[in-house]
Design a protein around this ligand. Structure first.
Ligand code: DQA
Length: 144
């Protein structure tokens, strides 16, 4: 089984970016932890981050036939990218939406996720642990 963990804009700055909201852990450190947890379960992982909408869409398309499920933090694109929403709907792979912060407890413009209706589910508000939960949810979905 192979799981893709994808991150969108500004998530490369985790650790230094608004640590009061997003925590002090870097993306590399979060990814290393996920790779270790997945390996213990015999699951392969790949990690991808881009600040560009089209690059994220290209990666979603390229995931077809290669990965069994995807964990995606689309960052701010979550709230307005119909193009990413359509890509998720097109690829027919289970995508687990994750957020470090609780998007329902912040500014009103973050409350709506345009990708949520085409994702398998949403995990939001548990800091870096959201990715851990997302990984386990993705593995479970991929098995079914
Ligand atoms: C985020 C929440 C988004 O609203 C924000 O734009 C991000 C990060 C999160 O992980 O909490 O970049 O997806």
């Amino acid at each position: 089984m192979k799981i893709l963990i994808m991150n969108g804009p500004n998530l490369n700055l985790l650790g230094e970016r608004e640590p009061g909201i997003y925590g002090s852990e870097s993306l590399d450190s979060i990814n290393a932890d996920l790779a270790k947890r997945a390996a213990k379960l015999g699951v392969d992982t790949e990690f991808y981050q881009s600040n560009h909408e089209g690059a994220l869409i290209d990666k979603l398309h390229a995931a077809r036939g290669v990965f069994d499920a995807i964990v995606l933090n689309a960052g701010a694109y979550t709230h307005y990218s119909i193009a990413i929403r359509d890509a998720i709907a097109a690829i027919k792979l289970p995508v687990v939406e994750v957020h470090l912060s609780n998007i329902h407890a912040r500014e009103s413009f973050r409350e709506n996720s345009v990708i949520a209706p085409v994702c398998a589910g949403q995990i939001s508000g548990f800091g870096s642990y959201s990715y851990t939960l997302g990984l386990y949810a993705a593995i479970d979905k991929a098995k079914k």
